[in-house]
Design a protein around this ligand. Structure first.
Ligand code: FES
Ligand SMILES: [Fe+2]
Length: 385
């Protein structure tokens, strides 16, 4: 029987394509490039909008703007997760204004047209007087939505231009095939967020991806992190394409926490080797996935303008981790550690942005320790063509 070989992990410098340079200035400042990214990337790719644990019950919903469009993502009566454009079928009014909530139905605040959680129009006052009006023709516009390991992704492509080859979308299972089964033992679909922190960063969204993809900066920028995870320990198994990353070692007996110890029970059946590793993967175009033995940290990146990005960071733990029998459970120990580390990263990203806008800026050479940011740039440019 043929067995599928596990992809090998390779040291960061081994996959470096020599001659790689940072992107030209326009990619970080130009409104035209920003508009192009919205059309070619954020309107066509699978984009992370949340996790199942954010909408656990029927009627729970969240609202998220994707590529300039407001979307409602909800749990319907049969527990199915669905997505709709936040646009009334009467006169187009925005239906839900709050970021999240609970509702038995979706009622428009203007003339009270009411939609079921399945998107069907159930009530439209006085419209029965209109000859030929058929409620069945005025359901909410649905959004392409799919789940991966408990995370909710949407894709706007089909509703934009399904008829052309360029406007179509790749089914989520096919898109995520390189990651199939890779993270199953982290049990991500049942984890729950213990905390979310929002960061408003004055830097282009690509700088955060590039920053996340290397630890060349760690000794100077993150002295605390460098103590528990050697900056030169990175090995990657995904080195080209929309998913990039691998692991870094955790010093024996240490944890990525303020106390330096593990702060909860392991999230899943991680094996002995994994208990000494933290895995970092960037998932194009808006997810950073950091898998620790006892928690999973996820960043969502939402570009606001060429020079501003909103970042949502969640810390996920096993739902049983908080039980009375687990006195070691202390999520703040990890959250504080990463909040400090995140801010150190955002600060250098902001400094980069400030320098890149200068007339003196020119693309600079990546070091061999930056093979992954260079690969990320290549994938970005492929998607922009
Ligand atoms: S615009 Fe929604 S009911 Fe009129
Ligand atoms: Fe960093």
């Amino acid at each position: 029987m043929e067995t599928k070989a596990m992809p090998a992990f390779r040291k960061t410098a081994e996959t470096f394509a020599s001659g790689a340079k940072t992107l030209p200035q326009r990619y970080f400042v130009s409104p035209e490039v920003f508009a192009e990214e919205r059309e070619k990337i954020f309107s066509r790719q699978w984009v992370l909008v949340g996790h199942l644990s954010q909408i656990p019950k029927a009627g729970d919903y969240l609202v998220q703007e994707v590529a300039g469009d407001s979307l409602i993502v909800l749990r319907d009566k049969d527990a199915v997760v669905r997505g709709f454009y936040n646009v009334c079928r009467h006169r187009g009014t925005r239906l839900k204004e709050d970021a999240c909530g609970h509702a038995a139905a979706i009622q428009c605040p203007y003339h009270a047209w009411t939609y079921g959680l399945d998107g069907k129009l159930t009530c439209a006052p006085h419209m029965d007087d209109v000859p030929g009006f058929d409620k069945a023709e005025y359901s909410l516009h649905a959004v392409n939505l799919a789940l991966w390991e408990g995370f909710i992704f949407v894709n706007l492509a089909a509703t934009r231009d399904a008829s052309t080859e360029r406007g179509g979308y790749i089914p989520l299972e096919k898109w995520f095939a390189p990651l199939a089964g890779k993270f199953s033992h982290w049990n991500m679909s049942i984890l729950r967020s213990a905390k979310r922190i929002e960061y408003d960063v004055r830097a282009n969204w690509k700088l955060m991806f590039e920053n996340y993809s290397e630890c060349y900066h760690c000794p100077g920028v993150h002295p605390m992190l460098s103590k528990v995870s050697p900056y030169d320990s990175a090995e990657n198994d995904l080195c080209e394409g929309p998913f990039l990353g691998g692991f870094m070692s955790i010093t024996k007996g240490a944890g990525l926490t303020m106390s330096g110890r593990a702060c909860a029970l392991p999230v899943g059946g991680t094996n002995a080797a994994d208990s000494q590793r933290v895995f970092y993967y960037s998932i194009f175009p808006n997810m950073l996935l950091s898998l620790h033995p006892e928690y999973v940290m996820v960043h969502q990146l939402w570009p606001q303008s060429p020079e501003r990005t909103l970042i949502l960071c969640d810390w996920f733990f096993h739902p049983d981790a908080a039980g009375a029998s687990n006195p070691s459970y202390n999520p703040d120990d990890a959250i504080e550690f990463w909040d400090i580390t995140n801010k150190q990263d955002w600060h250098v990203c902001e400094l980069s942005q400030q320098g890149i806008v200068s007339r003196a800026y020119q693309p600079g050479p990546y070091s061999p320790r930056e093979s992954i940011p260079a690969a990320w740039d290549r994938e970005y440019l492929r998607q922009m063509t």
